[in-house]
Design a protein around this ligand. Structure first.
Ligand SMILES: C[S@@+](CC[C@H](N)C(=O)[O-])C[C@H]1O[C@@H](n2cnc3c(N)ncnc32)[C@H](O)[C@@H]1O
Length: 493
């Protein structure tokens, strides 16, 4: 790879200011290129190009979102002479009669993130080993599942472009960002300056080596977790056998968490039994002093796994076929029947017993879930302290966010009967819980005004329930309340 990026902090700061002054932002990209711009790929570039008006902002979008050349004159008009000089000084563009971008600069929330992303050659297969990706679906996953409360010290392992480190730097006093890839750390330094962030400390080394003996209030790691027989790309192949890299990350993160700290780890795990896909992360989290939440998002058999991670070869059937055979043979040797990818979230807590739960998450349903995750772990800690159901009956609970209550109706003997019901937290991971309709109706309306026991008693009277129906009703409400507390859909008031 040519010698870029050059982490020239002053030039990066100047460039960041120039891009913000011209209005280069996520909102501007969506306004000019449409709401689907972020999910588009290279084939969409010619269409996007033709949508752009002739404005200074459009010049920035053309150069840094679509990664197309612009004339030097247009570049100077959009970014000023100092902005264009900054591009040359950071190596982010070749500057001659035309300005030819070498990198993509993606607005992500309030941040600007430079990375290799779509190289000019447009051929995935030509990506160099130290290629640095931008904000990918796994980056989004890590971001969405990270609690964003204010903290002292944060750590981002495998920082790549530095995007998770920069997101953390907005709510942490100090952030350490580590990577084995020197180009990744150059991008991270450059991106920090591009965004005016001065609280990120970049350290080179493998996994947790650069932070031996240190502890953190927040740890993020969107790991190079792909279970792969190759060591082709630093961002994809961790170079460890099977899912050993993921196991190390989960165990080491637990060891580096300060009391009360959270870790959001995007990892993967293998299974020899399709019906028991999560045995391994359950074992990893059994012996650490943390509560944990295992969130499988994508799952595939060995062949689909091989196809997904080699799709850059799909246009060349022979090489694609060879890769499929090599990868599936590797997975077969390891006894793998299923590969899961997702997140393991940890919360370090003093206490003798710790809890784990597994919940599948749909990628399309996932929104920012940091607050939900924090609430869910707080409730789990409280539930462990409370112990028995009688204590939970004394607690006041309320819904924690917007809830969606659904009834399934069926005509029966001339009447419409409610045959099933579910309640969904309409935010975060959007979890759905099914339960008896009468229990859900109560729980979805909890407002913390009275204890759960009183609410159940009043409802039982209103429904004219006698014993033993009242006891059954109480159990139903308690079960669904526990479940919704653990999912962060209900909260203690
Ligand atoms: C999937 S990328 C994630 C990048 C970025 N954190 C994000 O969320 O977009 C994984 C990163 O881990 C880095 N990496 C690979 N092996 C590593 C190791 N042994 N220790 C630390 N980082 C490693 C890669 O260079 C790459 O930047």
């Amino acid at each position: 790879m040519d010698n870029y990026p050059i982490p020239n902090a002053e030039a990066a700061r100047t460039l960041g200011e120039a891009l913000r002054t011209v209005g280069y932002s996520e909102e501007a990209v969506s306004r000019l290129l449409g709401d689907e711009a972020y999910s588009g790929d290279r084939e969409d570039v010619p269409v996007g190009e033709r949508r752009l008006p002739r404005t200074r902002l459009a010049t920035a979008v053309r150069a840094f979102f679509l990664q197309l050349p612009v004339s030097r004159r247009d570049a100077v008009s959009a970014l000023g002479r100092r902005g264009v000089d900054a591009l040359a000084a950071t190596g982010l563009a070749e500057v001659g009669d035309d300005l030819v971008p070498r990198v993509r600069i993606l607005p992500v929330g309030d941040l600007l993130v430079a990375s290799d992303d779509y190289p000019k050659e447009t051929d995935d297969d030509k990506k160099p080993p130290d290629y640095v990706a931008a904000y990918t679906p796994t980056s989004r996953l890590c971001d969405s599942l990270t609690p964003r409360r204010r903290v002292g010290r944060a750590l981002d392992v495998g920082t790549g472009s530095g995007v998770q480190a920069m997101l953390a730097a907005q709510h942490a006093r100090h952030v350490v960002a580590t990577d084995v890839n020197a180009r990744a750390l150059a991008y991270t330094e450059l991106n920090a300056a591009l965004n005016g962030l001065t609280n990120i400390d970049c350290r080179r080394g493998s996994l947790f080596e650069p932070v031996t003996g240190e502890s953190f209030d927040l740890i993020t790691c969107n790991a190079p977790y792909v279970v792969s027989p190759e060591s082709r790309w630093a961002y994809r192949d961790g170079g460890f056998q099977a899912d050993e890299l993921s196991e190390r990350i989960v165990r080491s993160a637990a060891g580096h968490l300060a009391d009360g700290g959270f870790a959001t780890l995007v990892v993967s795990w293998i299974a020899g039994d399709v019906d028991e896909p999560d045995v391994r992360p359950l074992a990893w989290t059994e012996t650490i002093d943390c509560d944990s939440w295992i969130l499988p998002i994508w799952g595939s058999d060995p062949l689909d796994h091989a196809a997904t991670w080699n799709d850059e070869l799909a246009a060349d059937p022979e090489r694609f076929g060879d890769a499929l055979d090599t990868w599936t043979a590797y997975l077969t040797r390891l006894g793998v029947r299923w590969v899961s990818e997702g997140a393991v979230v940890l919360h370090r807590r003093t206490g003798r017993t710790h809890t784990t739960r597994v919940d599948e998450v749909e990628e399309e349903d996932l929104e920012d879930a940091g607050d939900q995750i924090q609430r869910a772990f707080e409730s789990r800690a409280r539930l462990s302290e409370l112990g028995r159901n009688t204590k939970l009956l004394e607690a006041r609970l309320s819904v924690a966010g917007p809830m969606r209550l659904e009834h399934e109706l069926e005509p029966r003997r001339g009447r419409t009967a409610v045959v099933a019901a579910s309640v969904q937290l309409a935010e975060g991971t959007n979890p759905i819980v099914e339960a008896p309709p009468r229990a859900l109706e109560i729980v979805a309306a909890l407002d913390g005004a009275a204890s759960l026991g009183d609410v159940i008693q009043k409802s039982a009277e209103r429904l004219r329930l006698a014993e033993p129906q009242t006891s059954r009703f109480r159990r139903e409400v308690l079960d669904v309340s526990r479940e919704l507390l653990e999912l962060g859909a209900l909260k203690f008031v």
